[in-house]
Design a protein around this ligand. Structure first.
Ligand SMILES: Cc1cc2nc3c(=O)[nH]c(=O)nc-3n(C[C@H](O)[C@H](O)[C@H](O)COP(=O)(O)OP(=O)(O)OC[C@H]3O[C@@H](n4cnc5c(N)ncnc54)[C@H](O)[C@@H]3O)c2cc1C
Length: 403
């Protein structure tokens, strides 16, 4: 059977793969996007979660024409409030001090996923294969041959692996990833609070793990009492299992007890979804005619809400190179271009992975001396303007945009 030929095959139509497809919409490149999960659920990662998009992601989605449709479905974050349970003193970041209207936007994953899919399905230079699962991969001089579970064979000059932390592409090529099991699980749910968070995202560090509460968008027809917020509560995995089994009222009481009284009572609770947490860093960002993007390149702990924001900066950098290559009539899978991409992404990737991992280690540690040091760390962060600005720039994603 003659294999169908493409310039680029994107394996994985999650947030990263779909964003890359969209970024390449106005190019002469022939694309195929291969996603294993069947619609209408589409990518399995598009669950009940909200995702905090930082300012750099807001800018990138603005360039791709996605933001206008998305904005009404997001909750604007104008300030963050970071504290440690059992300690006085907090660190605050505000959009005003950064000279911005917002620090970020808490966005329902389903809304973002639906908007990306709507656009991708209408894209004229793209064939969308879904459900379709990549099964084998053969690297050649000029093209890569991909075989799908349907038996169909495709050829592409470049394969973009956007197939998540357990990347099938990486496994088929026999490439390694460094993995760290944090032995923690993030319980993701929604609560309604008695008082309005008024645009403030709260992160509260506890000896068991961070507890994050972020405002959710309030829909026009929402008549329920209280203010909707998303809650991400990271706990040692065994504790998370026990917390998941609690009755709703008990869980709400435990959450109130952990968070304190800033937003009054917690009035109601959504579905609790467990996400076991691991870090995974691919040892290589490229292989011959292959590039790894998003979680397939690096999957991070959600403590600092950096994972997708970093993945979207991968997308923006890769799309820029592929657009330039297409304009010049070049080969998108050419080794020198891939090496230049990997070199350009190395610093942002390393900085963001280390920043996230340091936060996890520092704030998940119960050693009393460390507890004192991290408390001093929070105070120093609040009182030392250059340090605070550096953390703010990392959170906004601006450093990665200019890397
Ligand atoms: C609790 C939690 C909270 C988070 N909060 C934030 C946040 O606030 N901000 C932030 O920036 N990040 C956040 N993240 C991280 C973010 O969710 C991920 O970085 C992002 O979803 C990764 O997207 P991806 O497309 O790279 O990978 P995935 O979402 O894993 O998508 C991979 C896709 O590839 C498909 N696939 C896999 N194998 C194959 C195959 N063989 N053939 C075809 N298709 C295949 C899968 O079906 C899937 O759809 C959070 C993560 C967690 C766990």
């Amino acid at each position: 059977m003659q294999a169908d030929r493409y310039d680029i095959a994107i394996v994985g139509g999650g947030l990263v793969g779909a964003s890359l497809a969209l970024a390449l919409a106005d190019t002469p490149l022939r694309l195929v996007l291969i996603e294993a999960a069947a619609p209408p659920a589409s990518a399995p990662s598009w669950d009940e979660r909200c995702i905090a998009l930082n300012d750099a992601s807001h800018q990138i989605f603005g360039r791709y024409g996605v933001w206008d449709a998305l904005a009404p479905q997001t909750a604007t974050i104008t300030a963050t409030h970071i504290s440690e349970r059992g300690r006085f003193g907090v660190t605050r970041f505000s959009a005003a001090e950064a000279g911005l209207a917002a620090l970020g936007h808490n966005t329902p994953l389903r809304a973002l996923g639906a908007e990306l899919m709507r656009r991708v399905q209408a894209q004229s230079n793209l064939r969308f294969l879904c459900p379709a699962r990549l099964q084998t991969l053969q690297l050649g001089e000029q093209t890569v041959e991909l075989r799908l579970d349907s038996g169909e064979a495709l050829r592409a000059r470049l394969v973009v692996a956007a197939d998540g932390a357990g990347s099938a592409v990486r496994q088929l090529l026999g490439y390694a990833a460094e993995r760290r099991d944090y032995q923690q699980t993030a319980l993701v749910t929604a609560v309604r609070t008695q008082r309005d968070p008024a645009g403030v995202a709260y992160e509260r560090f506890t000896p068991e793990g961070p507890f994050a509460l972020l405002p959710k968008p309030r829909l026009a027809d929402d008549r329920e009492p209280g203010y909707p917020c998303s809650l991400i509560w990271t706990l040692p995995s065994e504790r998370a299992e026990a917390m998941q089994a609690l009755r709703e009222a008990e869980f709400l009481r435990a959450a109130e007890d952990c968070f304190g009284e800033r937003l009054g009572r917690f009035l109601s609770l959504g579905r609790r979804l467990p996400h076991p947490l691991q870090r995974s860093l691919a040892e290589q960002l490229t292989a011959p005619r292959v590039v790894f993007c998003g979680n397939a390149a690096q999957s991070l702990h959600p403590v600092a809400a950096q994972g997708f924001n970093l993945g979207l900066r991968d997308v923006a950098a890769l799309a820029e190179r592929l657009q330039a290559c297409a304009l010049a009539g070049g080969d998108p899978g050419e080794a020198a271009g891939l090496a230049a991409y990997a070199a350009a992404r190395a610093a942002d990737r390393q900085r963001t992975a280390e920043f996230t991992d340091r936060l996890v280690r520092l704030f998940s540690n119960r050693i009393p001396l460390l507890s004192g040091l991290r408390h001093l760390g929070l105070l120093a962060l609040d009182l030392t303007p250059p340090l605070k600005e550096s953390v703010l720039r990392q959170n906004l994603g601006h450093r990665g945009l200019t890397a």
